[in-house]
Design a protein around this ligand. Structure first.
Ligand SMILES: [Zn+2]
Length: 426
């Protein structure tokens, strides 16, 4: 494990909390720049506090701690671009303390690969079941080192204004959406300018049409295999099913059997020629609940040129994306083809795939474990991996229309899935 003893403890002027505790200010930088951060404060065996910086004060996290021994876990993009820093702290009476933590980026997809990330399913307190204030939701997402921020509350866009304002103040692109929530399924729509409300007699087609009229370029099926709320589970195969959506959540929160089922269903849909784009999302509702974390699953999208909401959504719609809990995937074929592309392959000619993989430690050391090359929905090749970086090359000679995608696992079972490259022999 990287031992980065960047913590610098400065006892300064006396200012106690009732004499038996104190204020601890943590300054967090990533590659030397003040960075949004989340700090988990725990005593042995017990978590006591989760704290973020204010959205308007990146890199400054204030904790109020009583006398005692603590462990601070300081994160900004942990497991994706940086590794969490863990430091021990003894709080005595009276003295405010200042700690500086520098988190070097181990890998930065946006700089190295032009891949930019967002978590396309996140709730604020504008949702009836959300806790996170909309403006602070921006800081929460930036503390996960996401490159664009997203809001998708249930049947409301009331959070858009405070969320959009905070994002603008921070200069980060904001994807304003909604989770259309009905008894026949849940769908995220982005971007959205007016609310699409629940209606007892509305069909999926009604919701989709209303969303498109409200400006939505993309409609995403949320937790598709959920028994209670999943559109695939509820309607796939029925006459009320409308297939005119764009995105499918293959990862929703911590990986589950439902996600595995969604992947199997999506393979069938891909085999049927439906080019839906696979995305990963957290579906987080509560910034203090560390069982569910914003950005835990996310989607990285390749954007050549300027990053805006429009360019990112356009590239996502084209399928230039991977969904991930940590591993990074850069898939290409024949030197120039990218996920989402269709490649014409002369009969009998080789088709070459190249996959670059990168993994960042969360806090404990971890390594890439295995890559699966998926061909038309079947596990075609399993390639054992090790270390933090790997390049995999495979060659096939497709004789029928064939799609190829990559699913990769780390040794802690965090995984990622690319979108397919499609081939047509001729
Ligand atoms: Zn949701």
């Amino acid at each position: 494990m990287l031992k980065r003893i960047a913590a610098l403890v400065l006892g300064t002027a006396a200012l106690g909390l009732l004499g038996w505790g104190q204020v601890v200010t943590v300054y967090v930088t990533v590659d030397g720049e003040p960075a949004d951060a989340v700090i988990t404060v725990s005593t042995p065996g017990r978590r006591v506090q989760v704290a973020y910086n204010d959205v308007h004060e990146p890199g400054v996290v204030r904790l109020q701690l009583m006398r005692g021994e603590y462990s601070l876990r300081v994160e900004s993009g942990a497991g994706f671009t940086t590794t969490a820093h863990i430091s021990q702290l003894i709080v005595g009476p009276g003295h405010p303390m200042e700690i500086a933590v520098e988190l070097p980026r181990a890998f930065w997809p946006r700089e190295t690969w032009n891949y930019y990330s967002a978590d396309l399913h996140v709730h604020s307190s504008a949702s009836w079941d959300g806790i996170t204030p909309p403006d602070q939701l921006v800081a929460v997402q930036l503390s996960a080192d996401l490159d664009l921020v997203t809001i998708t509350d249930h049947n409301t866009i009331l959070g858009h204004a405070p969320f959009g304002k905070a994002a603008a103040a921070r200069g980060v692109p904001a994807i304003l959406g909604e989770e259309i929530t009905a008894f026949i399924g849940h769908w995220n729509a982005f971007p959205l300018h007016t609310v699409v409300d629940y209606g007892r007699d509305k069909t999926a087609s009604d919701y989709f049409r209303e969303a498109r009229e409200a400006g939505a370029q993309l409609i995403q099926v949320c937790h598709p295999s959920s028994r209670l709320w999943g559109y695939f589970q509820l309607l796939l195969g029925s006459p009320e099913y409308d297939d005119s959506f764009d995105l499918v959540e293959i990862y929703n929160g911590e990986f589950s059997a439902g996600d595995e089922q969604t992947i199997a269903t999506l393979y069938e849909l891909w085999n049927g020629g439906h080019r839906y784009v696979a995305v990963g999302v957290s579906d987080d509702h509560d910034w203090r609940n560390l069982q569910s974390r914003t950005g835990r699953a996310r989607t990285y999208v390749l954007v050549e040129g300027e990053l805006t909401v429009e360019t990112w959504l356009e590239a996502l719609a084209a399928g230039r994306a991977y969904a991930t809990y940590g591993p990074h995937i850069r898939l290409s074929a024949q030197g120039t083809a990218l996920p989402g592309d269709t490649v014409f392959v002369p009969h009998g000619d080789p088709f070459e795939l190249e996959v670059e993989l990168v993994l960042v430690d969360v806090d404990q050391p971890r390594e890439l474990h295995r890559a699966w090359i998926i061909r038309n929905g079947e596990l075609w090749q399993e390639i054992p991996l090790s270390g933090h970086r790997a390049t995999v090359r495979v060659t096939d000679t497709p004789t029928e229309p064939t799609w190829y995608a990559v699913r990769v696992f780390a040794d802690d079972e965090d995984q990622a899935h690319s979108n397919p490259i499609w081939t047509t022999p001729r």
